[in-house]
Structure formats: structure tokens, C-alpha cells
Write a protein that binds this ligand. Structure first.
Ligand code: 6LW
Length: 519
């Protein structure tokens, strides 16, 4: 008998919200929202529910993913559901920019996925279930369901009203499960921020009526001091050993008062136990205990998440790389200069969505990302971005490296240095501020010996920008990270590190990302 063991959360760090999960044999697959980025709907594989490796993107062709030029930050693709039925994988999601749900299928979850079938049904957060007769049901926010033909998208019946939670704001993220003799309906409510909650009901019939569980919401961190907040938008999965698990989104806010979160909504995992036929979960922590023998208990420690790309591939970019709305074929190349990623400017500024950029999510609070870039006659750099109006950039052009901050209507150069022509190494480091550890409450703060009375504003992190010179690294600027947070920028995404070019062409030899000790 293996002892119980701890595992680390979030299991998919960085902006990976609205997780949906399914199991096929010993393999688990998970998808998340992707909003204004292309390709869309990252898909991950795991054998233990703790270590997830991205194996592709479900929507990786423009014909599957319409993101028109006016697609703004946090629009586009919301809340996918992944299911496996009769030897096929199904993924259904909403493109809020076009106002349509789309359904695609695949036999290999790594792709290729089919061209989409569109569903003429209102609301968001579609989910799929097959009933005992083999009929397919689409459940959406509200909460209501429709019997559909998944091959054509035709609605055959509905809307059938379901159950709308306990009265919280936005009943959404519904999922229906056949467990024993019951149909369980999982619903999130309370909005996606700190009021977020997960509730449950059940019925003998897929059409209801649904009887609410005895304790609802059965998971919420609202109005608590917990580090992990906004817990909701969940999906259940039964592991190979029979144990039950729930994936869900949460945020980790830093700094006080108020706390700021910069990594967006991340994917967490919690064990589920059943009491009198109802699911029960403990609060979501960064370190959790997995029952003995369960896949998370058997997992090796979680991968620390370092990443390096030397751009030695010749055919495709790794699936983790995302671009804004689209990635036109003539905007990038891995073969023009072998071993380098060449980018050609499509737009002149990162302040609009047409810029040429390939980006990766920031996944740790404390981390360092660097590039070795040859700007040639162009203008190129590395940005830390949450949206078009909130980004810090370090870029090089005409022998001058500059650090530029764009926050709302303001744009300013914060540091610069002349460098010799040719390739240059630029880095961005984020360092969590510990002016107040997140566990210190306001009361502790004012009563601690020597503490100043009242509330001190604290940055959530410090972002520093460095250029490597012959005399060693030179820090050009250190900026307050709060301005690149959801609390300032709003929206549903988190930060990304982006390689970009806004004039001419430039080539990147490598990108290196590593978490620092305190991440
Ligand atoms: C998603 C909704 C939500 O559709 O946020 O947190 C929306 N929950 O369910 C966008 O991610």
C-alpha cells in the first residue's frame, strides 16, 4: 500500500482557465480557454493528473478559429469542454466574438481535429453528455440543455430548463454526469472573481427535476483569507483507481491591500470524496494531500516548468507558442535563418492586435525570461503583456535598447542603452514583493511590533529589464508589476512573454524561461 502523498497546485500554472478534463483508459486530457490568441484551446495530456504536458491546440487552423481583426483582449474562445464517446474525442466551445458555439472531433487528441460544426444555441459554456439511449445533450449556462445531433449541430429538442444553482450571479460552467443511478449537474455561480463557487444537484432523469445537494455551494473561497481565490468553473473525473477528482480555476493574488493577480486564472486539482451520495472537497491549497494509491499520490514531483526553445525545429513552432488572433504564414519562419525564429512585422505597434508576436504564458510569480535577438535593420524585442493597453517592453533598434511601459493611455521610456550592432541578449525578471507576505492579515499588520499603523500599499511584483553587455548585465529599469495585473487591466487572461517585431524583420536565436526559487 502506497502512503498518501502531497502534490502541488496549480497543476497547470499561468493563464489556463475554465479547465475541462476527461479520461480514456490510463490517459487524462485537459483543455482550457484561449480567448484572443491563436492557436486556440490548448490540450494537455497526463498520466497522474498532476504533470500535464501540452500535446497540441485543438483549434490550430484559421478555418477552425475565426478571430476577426476587431477581436479584443479576452474576447474569442471561452470555456471548452472535452469528452470521449464511442472512440472519438469531442470538444465544444464558444467563440464570443462570432457569437457561435463550435464542436470539433478527433480520434487522436493531439490532432488533427475536424472542421467545426456550429450550434445555433444561446449562452456560453457548452458541455456535452450522452444519455442512456445514446442521445447527445448540450448543456449551457443559464442553465438549460438541448438534445442535439453532434454530426450536424442540429437542435432536436430544447431548451430544457435544468437547475440554476443557489441564486448566485451567473449560473454557468454546467456539466452533467451519469454516476450510478443519478444524473449529477455541476454548476458554477457567483461570477468568476472572488465570489466564485461550485454547486451540485442531481436527478433520476437527465431532464430533471434536479434536487440540490445538502451543502451548496460545496466549494467556495469567497470572503476568506485563503491564498487561492475565485475557485470555480470545475469539472469532475474519476481516476483509474476509482478515486474522484475535480479540476477548477483559481487565482493566486499577491501583495496587500488589495491583492493583485498577474498570472490570470490557473488550473487547480482537488480530491473529491462522496458522502451520502454527494461530492465533498476540502479548500484548495497550493499543497494538497492525495489519497494513497491514487494517480496524484503516485506521481513523481511536479515538473518545475523551465522551458527553452533554440528554434531548431524546421516545420512548426512548439504548441505552447501563441500569437495575437492569427499567425499568417508570411509573418514567421524557422527556415529562413536555420536555428533562428525569423519574424516579419505585420503591424507597427503592440498597442493593437495586428502585431507580429509569438508568446508564452508567464507561469510562475518569480521567473526570468530571456531572448537572444538580432534586430537586423528592424525593431524587435521581448514584451511582458496582459493586453494591448498594458505591457512592458524591452526592445532594440538602430543600436539602442529601450525599456518602454504602456499602461492605459500612458506610454513612457523608462531606460535606454546604446549597444553595438548585432545580436543582443534581453531579459525580463519578475520578483514577488514580500513587503507583506500573503498570510499577514490587516489586523496582524497593524498590531505587529514596529509595524506602521495603517495599510501600506505593496506592489505584487517588481519587473526588471536587463541587457547583457561585454561588461555584464545592465539593469535598465525596474517597474511595478501591479499595472500588468487583472485588477488594473481587467479581462480573463494573464501575462505572457512575447517575442515581437514592429519594424522590418528580426531573428531570435533562443528563448529561455525559468522559474526562480520563490515562484
Ligand atoms: C467562462 C465562464 C467563466 O466562460 O469565465 O469563470 C468565462 N468562468 O464560465 C470566461 O473564461
Amino acid at each position: 500500500m502506497t502512503d498518501s502523498a502531497t502534490f502541488g497546485n496549480p497543476v497547470v500554472p499561468g493563464f489556463h482557465p475554465d479547465p475541462s478534463v476527461c479520461r480514456v483508459g490510463e490517459d487524462y486530457y485537459l483543455v482550457c480557454s484561449s480567448f484572443e490568441y491563436f492557436p486556440g484551446v490548448p490540450i494537455f495530456h497526463s498520466r497522474d493528473l498532476v504533470n500535464w504536458r501540452q500535446i497540441g491546440n485543438v483549434l490550430d487552423r484559421p478555418s477552425q478559429l475565426e478571430l476577426p481583426p476587431d477581436t479584443h483582449a479576452s474576447a474569442g474562445i471561452y470555456a471548452p469542454t472535452i469528452r470521449h464517446h464511442d472512440g472519438r474525442f469531442y470538444m465544444v466551445t464558444t467563440n464570443v466574438t462570432t457569437g457561435r458555439h463550435l464542436l470539433v472531433t478527433a480520434t487522436d487528441p493531439a490532432g488533427p481535429w475536424s472542421e467545426p460544426v456550429h450550434l445555433d444555441v444561446p449562452h456560453i459554456d457548452p458541455s456535452l453528455t450522452w444519455d442512456d439511449n445514446g442521445d447527445c445533450w448540450l448543456t449551457v449556462s443559464g442553465v438549460e440543455s438541448y438534445r442535439i445531433d453532434p454530426e450536424t449541430g442540429t437542435v432536436l429538442e430544447g431548451p430544457v430548463p435544468m437547475w440554476s444553482g443557489t441564486g448566485g450571479q451567473y449560473p454557468e460552467a454546467p456539466h452533467l454526469y451519469r454516476i450510478g443511478d443519478w444524473w449529477y449537474l455541476l454548476v458554477s455561480e457567483g461570477g468568476t472573481h472572488t465570489g466564485h463557487a461550485v454547486s451540485i444537484a442531481r436527478s433520476r432523469s437527465i431532464r430533471g427535476p434536479f434536487e440540490p445537494g445538502p451543502v451548496n455551494p460545496f466549494l467556495t473561497h469567497r470572503s476568506t483569507d485563503r491564498l487561492v481565490q475565485a475557485t470555480g468553473h470545475a469539472d469532475l473525473v474519476q481516476a483509474t483507481d476509482g478515486s474522484w477528482w475535480m479540476v477548477l480555476l483559481g487565482i493566486r493574488a499577491k501583495g496587500q491591500w488589495p491583492p493583485y493577480h498577474v498570472l490570470g486564472r490557473e488550473t487547480f486539482l482537488v480530491p473529491v470524496r462522496w458522502e451520502d451520495g454527494w461530492p465533498v472537497v476540502d479548500p484548495v491549497e497550493e499543497t494538497m494531500t492525495a489519497p494513497a494509491g491514487s494517480p496524484p499520490a503516485l506521481a513523481a514531483a511536479r515538473d518545475p516548468g523551465s522551458y527553452r526553445d533554440d528554434f531548431d525545429a524546421t516545420d512548426a513552432l512548439a504548441p505552447e507558442w501563441i500569437s495575437l488572433r492569427e499567425r499568417p504564414k508570411d509573418s514567421w519562419s524557422l527556415t529562413e535563418r536555420p536555428g533562428w525564429l525569423t519574424l516579419h512585422a505585420a503591424g507597427t505597434t503592440l498597442d493593437r492586435s495586428g502585431a507580429t508576436m509569438v508568446a508564452r504564458r508567464q507561469q510562475h510569480h518569480d521567473c526570468r525570461a530571456g531572448v537572444h535577438v538580432d534586430p537586423g535593420a528592424g525593431r524587435a524585442g521581448l514584451t511582458l503583456r496582459i493586453d494591448e493597453a498594458h505591457h512592458y517592453d524591452i526592445e532594440v533598434a538602430d543600436g539602442l535598447v529601450q525599456v518602454i511601459g504602456r499602461v492605459g493611455p500612458f506610454r513612457q521610456v523608462f531606460g535606454e542603452l546604446s549597444v553595438p550592432a548585432g545580436p543582443v541578449t534581453l531579459t525580463i525578471t519578475t520578483r514577488t514583493d514580500d513587503l507583506l507576505p500573503p498570510t499577514v492579515t490587516a489586523a496582524d499588520q497593524v498590531t505587529a511590533p514596529g509595524a506602521p499603523f495603517g495599510v501600506r500599499p505593496a506592489a505584487c511584483d517588481t519587473v526588471s529589464f536587463e541587457v547583457l553587455t561585454d561588461d555584464g548585465p545592465v539593469v535598465l529599469a525596474e517597474l511595478d508589476g501591479r499595472y500588468l495585473s487583472t485588477e488594473v487591466a481587467a479581462g480573463f487572461t494573464g501575462r505572457v512573454f512575447g517575442l515581437y517585431v514592429t519594424e522590418g524583420s528580426a531573428a531570435f536565436d533562443w528563448f529561455d524561461y525559468r522559474p526562480s526559487a520563490r515562484s
